[in-house]
Design a protein around this ligand. Structure first.
Ligand SMILES: NC(=O)c1ccc[n+]([C@@H]2O[C@H](COP(=O)([O-])OP(=O)(O)OC[C@H]3O[C@@H](n4cnc5c(N)ncnc54)[C@H](OP(=O)(O)O)[C@@H]3O)[C@@H](O)[C@H]2O)c1
Length: 271
């Protein structure tokens, strides 16, 4: 065969086919008798707490991370629970989103959690030094990434029993008069945009019986809070407390849900 005249090409083709088989094999490990959750950014912080929570509940957990080779806590969880499947995913890589959706084609996903998010460097989003590059990066991760995830995985969610898509928003995105403070300009705007993106997705997907909700975790002790809002650390919940609350809210969502962003305790998030 001609391909053997190009050993490097043949090796690459073999590696690619082995990788594709491995990907299919991972999807094949889904237990159809258990519900399935897909979580973005699940190597640390709230995402890792979501993965641990649903794994402990017996769910299939498709736990995605930008760099699985560095996701040691997630690897430990997967090593102790065969229903935790670790997949590489950067939510700004739209080709990878599509490829992952194809790997799981035909597999119902009960709950999709758009958790991955960035605050961005504080210096790049202060008045007087607003940095357009930072704006685009924050929007790519916090707004367009979740939208592309919803678009790619809508069929999987529609095929499931629970049919729920959740975006992790923030009180920083609230436009309520008593909630808007200075600083973190792009982050706050991105979460307000995420709330509208969530409403738009909900409007599109209502006819397929899919519930799309934005839920805020409160102040949570993660790298994001420690790095960007250290003064708020003493008031923060643990990731486990926040995730327990959010999971209860997710479980309670039904078709009476009106699209209002919610807090981790189920109370409406003013916006
Ligand atoms: N902590 C809070 O108080 C708080 C409050 C309100 C809302 N939130 C929201 O909660 C969510 C989780 O935040 P956290 O507090 O857990 O933050 P975190 O500890 O900083 O974790 C952020 C996660 O997002 C991932 N991520 C970043 N960029 C990504 C990309 N392009 N593609 C895929 N994954 C990416 C990170 O992966 P890497 O490790 O590869 O960077 C990490 O897993 C975010 O949406 C955040 O805005 C948090």
């Amino acid at each position: 065969m001609k391909i053997f005249r190009f050993p490097a090409l043949a090796a690459a083709a073999l590696a690619l086919s082995a990788w594709l088989v491995a990907q299919d094999a991972l999807a094949q490990q889904i237990d159809p008798d258990q519900p399935t959750v897909l979580i973005t950014g699940s190597n640390r912080g709230l995402g890792l707490a979501f993965a641990r929570h649903y794994a402990a509940e017996g769910w299939n957990v498709i736990a995605t991370a930008r760099s699985p080779d560095r996701a040691h806590d997630l690897a430990a969880l997967a090593a102790s629970n065969e229903r935790v499947l670790v997949e590489q995913l950067d939510v700004t890589d739209y080709a990878r989103i599509a490829a992952l959706a194809a790997d799981y084609q035909g597999i119902p996903i009960d709950v999709l959690i758009n958790n991955a998010g960035i605050y961005g460097d504080r210096d790049t989003q202060e008045w007087g030094s607003l940095d357009p590059e930072a704006f685009h990066q924050i929007f790519a991760v916090n707004v367009l990434g979740p939208l592309k995830m919803v678009e790619a995985f809508a069929d999987h969610v529609a095929a499931s029993e629970q049919k729920k898509i959740i975006s992790i928003t923030s009180g920083a995105g609230s436009v309520s008069p008593d909630r808007v403070a200075g600083g973190g300009v792009f982050y706050g705007i991105s979460k307000a945009a995420l709330n509208m993106a969530t409403r738009k997705a909900g409007a599109e997907l209502a006819e397929r019986d899919i519930i799309v909700a934005a839920i805020a975790p409160g102040l949570v002790l993660t790298d994001m809070l420690r790095t960007n809002r250290p003064s708020l650390v003493p008031r923060a919940h643990t990731p486990e407390e926040s995730v327990a609350g959010i999971a209860a809210v997710i479980a309670s969502l039904d078709h009476t849900y009106n699209g209002q962003p919610l807090n981790h305790n189920g109370a409406p998030l003013p916006w």
